[in-house]
Design a protein around this ligand. Sequence first.
Ligand code: KG4
Ligand code: ZN
Length: 310
Amino acid sequence: MLIFSIESSHDDTSFAICKNKSVLWMKTISQIEVHKKYGGTVPEIASRLHSKNIAILIEEIKTEIDFNKIDLIAYTKEPGLIGSLHIGYIVANTISILFNKPIIGLNHLEGHFYSAFIDKEVMYPALGLIASGGHTQLVLYKSKNDYQLIGETQDDAIGEAYDKVARKLKIGFPGGPIIDEYWKKFHKIYLKNYSIPETNKKYDFSLSGLKTNIINLINNDENRKRKVDTEKYATEFQNTIIKYLYKKMKIAIEEFHPNCIVLSGGVSANYGIRNMFLKLHKNVFLPDLKYTTDNAGMIGRLAYEKERDE
Ligand code: KG4
Ligand code: ZN
């Protein structure tokens, strides 16, 4: 099955050509350098940049593929920024009409889940943690169409907490990769963690207490004109995240007995969290680093899973 896929839900414009489980070609244009200046994604600017960048990708894809040979067109339908999603949809739909090809609109978070299975078969039942800048979900896929949301964040997403702590520490955006670099350098020096968040439901997540705790400590330092120990705060924040996710995953694995576990979404690029996951189960699926952030390859892989014969 030859699939052409588009992802445009947030700040990446991405096209891919997939053949079954594999990505044959992929190109992504990121807007991150522009949004960095604002400390976060500005929706109106994101839409305008998608319009510009998608035209560049259309020029490129023309030389890569004969659309007559495509079996299916897939695009990200939800969730995401409405203006950005529409731009991907309009292009996908136009190609579908012009070349008389079937089209399928897919869920971005499901795409993240399947990013760990590019070139691989899913070992159902699969327990996955999808962690990005906008979402934190624990999901159980008993089969491709039997999906259960086990828990989700009640406030900030994990990536969002990374970004907000990094902003307070004035170390840049997006915060995840920057804090991860501090952690790599200093986790053998700073061993402590903050208190592990609690939620009413055992599989839900809460990140805002941890974030506020650190922000208050930094405010205290600033008010008392003390040096803000960026290395310590960043490292102990990530120590806490790793310990927290380890505990959550451990109890979920004991209860649901999955055949494999999965970590995906932007946060799955995290070195410390990836290593911790590898210790949790004998079958661990992590996306290749190029598929951790938003990309059309994962949408193509998801489309194949949905449309293939059983
Ligand atoms: O999935 P994604 O690319 O975009 C959406 O939010 O949909 O995720 C972006 C998020 C950001 O919050 C960023 O800080 C976080 O993923 N992130 C990381 C790392 N790389 C990116 N978080 C922790 N560690 C990383 N290495
Ligand atoms: Zn995403």
